[in-house]
Design a protein around this ligand. Structure first.
Ligand SMILES: Cc1cc2nc3c(=O)[nH]c(=O)nc-3n(C[C@H](O)[C@H](O)[C@H](O)COP(=O)(O)OP(=O)(O)OC[C@H]3O[C@@H](n4cnc5c(N)ncnc54)[C@H](O)[C@@H]3O)c2cc1C
Length: 393
């Protein structure tokens, strides 16, 4: 079957690998001129890593992954450790160690594994037509391409989403801006094998280890959307928001070189919706479930889409349209659950009013690790990659 995928992100590239392995003729088009992922790194939880293992990439992902053995919350103002505990139960219960990875490394691994010669960059899709026999895609440069199945992995502002749903789905501002990047790992910020999160005043500043003796840092500041920011300001907004915080956070700020690695991203998500397919066209990844990063599951969920869509296409034979309906049926509730969990977590973390965030801080001071681990593992247990029961008690 001829398959076109729009978007060479984690969703599109992973789907490309899986579907090519099933013997399909897959081509990816992306509007980007070169591979420049937004965001410095991401945490791949056990469900996401397992899909990559299934794609044959277990060794490569383990090489890119940081060894994140423990986790702690620290009072950002005083430097007091609120709680610290091992992440070993995540690996023991799910059967797979989670890995924080530099995004550009993962992206390049996926694109190279798929085959760079089959990825056409600088090709912005502007139109879709499905005549029931084949789908024709039109690009901004006037070129067209046809296929038997079109997968829109075209991200949060997906055009394919408008096509399959009929439009009208709006993104919602989550209430905060995220700043992230890569810095040299530094024990003054946190132990080198630990996910350390400083919290206070509804803000957070966190580091996770990634390969190459680096920390992935991500820092959240609750603020209105659309605030002006010029790159020449560098990390000035962080100095303003965190200037009075404890020494570990100052060490982190001092280590950031905005010219080398620094991103500023307003965080938006989308209310879950359940129309993911129309005829021979399906959406996958952020196009289908734009998720706030508060539980680190957006890309993992895209990888789950890849897993399910591939299993469906490899095992159902009635028709492409029928198979896509089964993909939609299998995925939308699970993806919705993660979107809503992330939103809830974001509300708890970012102090949008009430005493939710203060209560959370109080609970962290009493935390043995059990509740946090239950939450992390709870995000993973229902993954389709677990085939309905591979998580051990
Ligand atoms: C700050 C931040 C931190 C995050 N942290 C984590 C984390 O720790 N763990 C996790 O699992 N997830 C995380 N996520 C979520 C994760 O980044 C996304 O879920 C994931 O990257 C989505 O991949 P995708 O392939 O669906 O979309 P994208 O990566 O957005 O790729 C879409 C691609 O489509 C292309 N495209 C778009 N429109 C067109 C068009 N019209 N024609 C051609 N090409 C087009 C784009 O150029 C792009 O390359 C985070 C997100 C953010 C913002």
């Amino acid at each position: 079957m001829r398959i076109i995928i729009i978007g060479a992100g984690i969703g599109g590239a992973s789907a490309g690998i899986a579907l090519a392995r099933l013997g399909h003729e897959v081509t990816i088009y992306d509007r980007m001129r070169e591979n420049k992922p937004v965001g410095a790194a991401l945490s791949l939880w056990s469900n996401g890593v397992k899909v990559l293992n299934w794609l044959g990439l277990s060794e490569q992902v383990a090489e890119l992954g940081g060894l994140m053995d423990t986790m702690s919350y620290v009072d950002g103002l005083t430097g007091e450790t609120m709680c610290a505990f091992s992440l070993a139960p995540v690996t023991e219960r799910t059967g797979q160690r989670p890995y924080p990875v530099a995004r550009a490394d993962l992206q390049m691994l996926l694109m190279e594994t798929f085959g760079l010669d089959k990825i056409h960059l600088n090709m912005k899709m502007v139109g879709i037509e499905d005549d029931g026999e084949e789908v024709t895609v039109t690009f901004a440069n006037g070129e067209t391409a046809t296929c038997d199945l079109l997968i829109g992995a075209d991200g949060a502002n997906s055009i394919t989403r408008d096509y399959v749903t009929g439009g009208g789905i709006e993104r919602k501002y989550s209430g905060y801006t995220n700043f992230n990047g890569l810095v040299a790992a530094d024990p003054r910020v946190g132990p080198l094998d630990r996910w350390t999160t400083y919290v206070g005043e509804g803000k957070r500043a966190a580091v996770m280890p990634v390969a190459g003796d680096r920390f992935y840092f991500f820092v959240d500041v609750p603020q209105p959307d659309g605030l002006p920011y010029d790159k020449s300001e560098g990390i000035a907004p962080l100095r303003e928001a965190f200037g009075h915080w404890t020494g570990g956070v100052q060490a982190l700020l001092d280590s950031i070189d905005p010219a080398v690695s620094f991103n500023r991203v307003e965080i938006w998500d989308i209310d879950p919706f359940h129309t993911w397919v129309k005829g021979r066209v399906a959406i996958l990844g952020d196009a289908a479930h734009n998720t706030a990063p508060d539980i680190g599951q957006g890309a993992c969920s895209a990888l789950e889409d890849t897993f399910v869509l591939s299993i469906m296409l490899g095992s159902n034979t009635i028709s492409i349209e029928d198979t896509l309906k089964r993909y939609e049926h299998s995925r939308t509730d699970r993806a919705a659950d993660l979107v809503l969990k992330a939103r809830k977590r974001g509300e708890e973390t970012h102090d949008y009013g009430g005493d939710l965030t203060e209560s959370w801080y109080a609970s962290l001071r009493k935390e043995s690790g059990e509740n946090v681990l239950r939450g992390i593992i709870g995000n993973i247990v229902d993954s389709p990659i677990n085939l309905g029961g591979a998580v051990l008690d």
